[in-house]
Design a protein around this ligand. Structure first.
Ligand code: GLN
Length: 486
C-alpha cells in the first residue's frame, strides 16, 4: 500500500470514513515524512506538530469524518506563511514579521478549520511573496523535491515542495502574478488561481491588493476542487469579495470535454521557451484534441505588454501596502535611537531584504508626481486593454491553453544576480492576474527529469470549466501520479 502521506484528499476520504485509518495516523505519517525529508527540502518556516496532533485527535473523536460534505476533515495541510493564523507566527518569510503572531485567522484558514482541517505548519515563501524561486526568503531557500539543487519556484515554493515531497497532503498558496501556478508547475503538482474575488483576502497579508488571490496546491484536480469548495465564497470582510453562489466544483468533473472549444494564444508560443516545454505542450494539446475538444489558434496582441504592466502595478501597490511596516504598530522595531525618523529608517533598512526594498523603491518612483501618468496611469490603461482582449476572445472559447512557465525549474543561484531574468519567467502567468481571471496549472510532461506545467485560463468565474478540462486531461495521462524520489 502507498504510504499514507502520499495519498490524495480524495483517497483519504473512504479510509477515514470507514475507520481504516485515523486522522492521527495520517497526521503522524506526514510529520514523520517531514522529519525524514524536511532537512533537505526546507518547505516549512514553522512546523506545528503538537497542535496538529491535537487537531487530529479532535477530528477522530468528532462525527465530522462520516459527513461526506466535509471531505477535508482530519486531512493535514500546510498554509503559506502570508496567511494569518491565530496564535501561530506568520512571518511572510521576512525579518520584519519574524516575531509577528496574529490574533485572528484568515478567512480561508478559518474555512478550512471549520471543515476539520489539520494544520501541519506554515510554508516558506519569497519575502512578502515577491519572487519566483523562494530564494528571496529571509530565512532559507526551499528546494525542488525532483532535484534538490533546483528551486521549487515561488513565491509559494514551500507549498508546492511540501505537496510534491509528501510532507503535506495539500497546501494553500497565494498568487499575485503566478505564485501558486508557477511553483506547482516546477514541482509537478496542481495549482489554481481563482477568479479575483472568489476567495476572501481577509487575513492574507497584502502584496498587491488588486491582484492577490489565495489558491489550492494539490496532487490532482479532484483535490483542487475539494479545497476550492471549502475556501471559495463571499466574505463581507473583503470588500472585493464577489457575492456569488459557489457551486460544487466536483460536479464539473465529468471526464467529458467533447465539443469544448479551447484557444491557443499564439503570443504565448514565441521564442524564449525551452524546447522541452514546447514539446510537452504540443503533446498535451493533442491529448485534449483526442478527447474531443476543438483547438484553435487565437491572438491576444497585448500579451507582450502584460509583464511590464504587471510589474508597474504590483510594485506600485506594494510600495503603498508595505508603508505600514514602520516599527510602530507591529513587526520589527529598531529601538537604538531617540530619533523617530532614524528609528523608522533603520526599521525598514534592517527589516526588509534587498528584493523588497528594490520593489518599494521602484513602486514609489512609478507613483511619484511627474511619473505617475507615464507609469502607473499608463499601466492601468494597458490593464484595461488586456482585460478587454481576454473578454473578446473568451466569448468564443471555453478556455485558453498555454505553458505555465517558459522553463522548467532552474538551479539555485542561477538567476539571483539578475532580477529581470527572474521577472521574465512570469510572462505566462501574470496576464490572468492583470485581467482577474481564473487559471490552473497541471502537470503535463517531463523535460530532463523535471516537471512541465500546462496552464488553462478561463473567463470570469469559469472555475468549473477549467477543472473539467484539467480533470479530463488528467484522466487520460499519468503525469499527476509521478512522485519524486527523495
Ligand atoms: N513572481 C511574481 C512576482 O514576483 C509573482 C509573485 C506572486 O504571485 N506573489 O511578483
Amino acid at each position: 500500500m502507498t504510504d499514507l502521506y502520499d495519498l490524495t484528499i480524495d483517497e483519504t476520504r473512504d479510509l477515514l470514513k470507514n475507520g481504516e485509518i485515523s486522522s492521527t495516523e495520517l497526521t503522524r505519517s506526514c510529520l514523520e515524512r517531514i522529519g525524514s525529508v524536511e532537512e533537505r527540502v526546507k518547505a516549512f518556516v514553522t512546523v506545528t506538530g503538537e497542535a496538529a496532533l491535537e487537531q487530529a485527535r479532535r477530528s477522530n473523536c468528532g462525527t465530522l469524518s462520516s459527513d461526506p460534505s466535509m471531505p477535508l476533515n482530519g486531512v493535514p495541510m500546510q498554509i503559506k506563511d502570508i496567511m494569518c493564523t491565530r496564535g501561530i507566527p506568520t512571518t511572510c518569510s521576512s525579518r520584519m514579521l519574524e516575531d509577528f503572531v496574529p490574533i485572528y485567522d484568515a478567512t480561508a484558514v478559518e474555512r478550512l478549520y471549520s471543515q476539520g482541517a489539520v494544520l501541519l505548519g506554515k510554508g516558506n515563501m519569497d519575502e512578502f511573496a515577491m519572487g519566483s524561486s523562494t530564494e528571496n526568503s529571509a530565512f532559507f531557500p526551499s528546494r525542488n523535491p525532483w532535484d534538490l539543487d533546483r528551486v521549487p519556484g515561488g513565491s509559494s515554493g514551500g507549498g508546492a515542495a511540501a505537496v510534491a515531497a509528501g510532507e503535506a497532503i495539500y497546501a494553500l498558496g497565494s498568487d499575485t502574478g503566478g505564485s501558486v501556478r508557477q511553483p506547482a508547475s516546477f514541482c509537478g503538482v496542481v495549482g489554481m488561481k481563482p477568479t479575483y474575488g472568489l476567495v476572501s483576502r481577509f487575513g492574507l497579508i497584502a502584496y498587491a491588493s488588486s491582484l492577490d488571490q489565495i489558491g489550492p496546491i494539490t496532487r490532482d484536480v479532484t483535490d483542487c476542487s475539494l479545497v476550492l469548495n471549502a475556501i471559495a465564497g463571499h466574505d463581507p470582510r473583503d470588500s472585493n469579495s464577489i457575492p456569488h453562489h459557489v457551486p460544487d466544483y466536483t460536479s464539473a468533473l465529468t471526464g467529458d470535454i467533447a465539443g469544448l472549444r479551447i484557444g491557443v494564444p499564439k503570443e504565448y508560443f514565441v521564442e524564449g521557451m525551452d524546447d522541452g516545454v514546447r514539446e510537452a505542450l504540443r503533446k498535451a494539446t493533442s491529448v485534449l484534441e483526442g478527447l474531443g475538444a476543438t483547438l484553435e489558434e487565437v491572438s491576444l496582441p497585448s500579451t507582450p505588454y502584460a509583464l511590464a504592466c504587471y510589474y508597474i502595478l504590483a510594485l506600485s501597490e506594494s510600495s503603498a501596502n508595505l508603508a505600514r511596516y514602520d516599527g510602530v504598530k507591529y513587526g520589527f522595531s529598531y529601538r537604538d535611537t531617540d530619533n523617530m525618523w532614524e528609528a523608522m529608517e533603520k526599521t525598514r533598512q534592517y527589516g526588509f531584504g534587498a528584493e523588497v526594498k528594490r520593489r518599494i523603491m521602484l513602486g514609489t518612483y512609478a507613483l511619484s508626481a511627474g511619473y505617475y501618468d507615464a507609469y502607473y496611469l499608463k499601466a492601468q490603461k494597458v490593464r484595461t486593454l488586456i482585460r478587454r482582449e481576454f473578454e473578446e476572445v473568451m466569448g468564443s472559447y471555453d478556455a485558453l491553453v498555454t505553458p505555465t512557465a517558459p522553463t522548467v525549474a532552474f538551479r539555485l543561484g542561477e538567476k539571483t544576480e539578475d532580477p529581470v531574468q527572474i521577472y521574465l519567467g512570469d510572462v505566462y502567468t501574470v496576464p490572468a492576474n492583470v485581467a482577474g481571471l481564473p487559471a490552473i496549472s497541471i502537470p503535463c510532461g517531463m523535460s530532463d527529469g523535471l516537471p512541465v506545467g500546462m496552464q488553462l485560463i478561463g473567463s470570469h468565474l469559469s472555475e468549473g470549466a477549467l477543472l473539467r478540462i484539467a480533470h479530463a486531461y488528467e484522466q487520460a495521462t499519468d503525469w499527476h501520479s509521478m512522485r519524486p524520489q527523495l
